[in-house]
Design a binder for this molecule. Structure first.
Ligand SMILES: Nc1ncnc2c1ncn2[C@@H]1O[C@H](COP(=O)(O)OP(=O)(O)OP(=O)(O)O)[C@@H](O)[C@H]1O
Length: 300
């Protein structure tokens, strides 16, 4: 009997998820004989639910939420052994994973697209003993991203992160990182380091156009030290999609990396929009690990 679990975060995207719960159940009832629905009540629930379902042989685990809920659910599937297939309906503010995978940003369209879906084997990253689907960032931006309030998200959508991130760029604070990969071993001062698996960061779909979700690599993007005046040049480059070829970043295409902070401070990271581990981080790409439902244009 094919079983699936649906995990719903009732607070994602300002509480939008619950209004689509029935529609999602109805859609999946045409694909699965047995369905369970679980609502999260706190951080960590989605990971626990997804881990249990994967360990118990559920064919698929779906979640409805933002990138934070997706991250938690994928962590659960990975911790449970990775056998369950993964699907999601985006109801968050930024929805980077939807953008990277071509899943409609409108929840009803994403639910309907499940009918004409196929499985794509997508890379995920391991960071210490956790997993990420899109990015892990350390430096000036992650600090302020955590300060974006639900009200700001509701009012401004992804722009809330852009405004805060833009403000953070004006904080020209640099950190000393030691970066070691298969081919590199060096120390560098930088205000912001991002390890990225896809082409999208904070809704900017042209951030890393040369990357794709299943190329088996992550890009380590190291922002160079810059001056306040440079910010006015950096922001348009990010918007235009040409930051990755600019003089403001160094990019390493790698499968593994170890990033250590040499300054004697605690620097938090941000992982797929959630609070990530403290430095140092040990990173590794797990190529094609996650089996994800994505729209199949041919079937449609
Ligand atoms: N019932 C709950 N009440 C409060 N927080 C919850 C609940 N269930 C889950 N969470 C936490 O909410 C966090 C944020 O969720 P998520 O990222 O999915 O939505 P969002 O913040 O609205 O979207 P975005 O990241 O795009 O801004 C998750 O990391 C999760 O730990």
């Amino acid at each position: 009997m094919s079983r699936c679990l649906i995990i719903i975060n009732p607070v994602s995207g300002g509480g939008r998820a619950t209004q689509y719960a029935m529609e999602l159940q109805w859609q999946l009832s045409t694909l699965f004989e047995h369905m369970e629905v679980k609502f999260t009540t706190k951080a960590g629930d989605a990971t626990r639910f997804a881990k249990e379902a994967t360990e118990n042989g559920f064919h698929s685990v779906f979640c409805m939420g933002g990138d934070g809920t997706i991250n938690e659910t994928v962590n659960g599937i990975a911790q449970g052994g990775g056998t369950s297939k993964f699907g999601f309906v985006p109801v968050g503010t930024v929805n980077d994973m939807s953008r990277a995978l071509g899943i409609p940003l409108e929840p009803l369209a994403a639910i309907r697209a499940l009918k004409h879906s196929k499985i794509r084997h997508v890379d995920i990253g391991r960071c210490n003993d956790q997993y990420f689907c899109n990015n892990i960032a350390a430096g000036v931006i992650p600090k302020v991203v955590e300060e974006v309030t639900p009200k700001e998200k509701q009012l401004l959508g992804p722009l809330a992160y852009f405004v805060k991130g833009g403000q953070a760029l004006f904080t020209t604070k640099d950190y000393s990182f030691h970066i070691k990969t298969e081919d590199h071993d060096f120390t560098i001062r930088s205000p912001l380091v991002i390890a990225l698996l896809t082409n999208v960061v904070s809704s900017f779909e042209k951030f890393m156009p040369v990357a794709s979700v299943d190329d088996g690599y992550m890009r380590i993007i190291i922002f160079r030290e810059y001056f306040i005046m440079d910010v006015l040049r950096i922001l348009p480059l990010i918007l235009r999609g040409s930051i990755y070829t600019s003089k403001y970043v160094t990019i390493l295409k790698v499968r593994k990396a170890n990033i250590t902070l040499l300054d004697d401070i605690e620097l938090p990271t941000n992982m797929d929009g959630n609070k990530g581990p403290l430095m140092p981080v040990d990173l590794e790409v797990l190529p094609g690990f996650l089996q994800v439902y994505v729209p199949d244009k041919k079937k449609k």
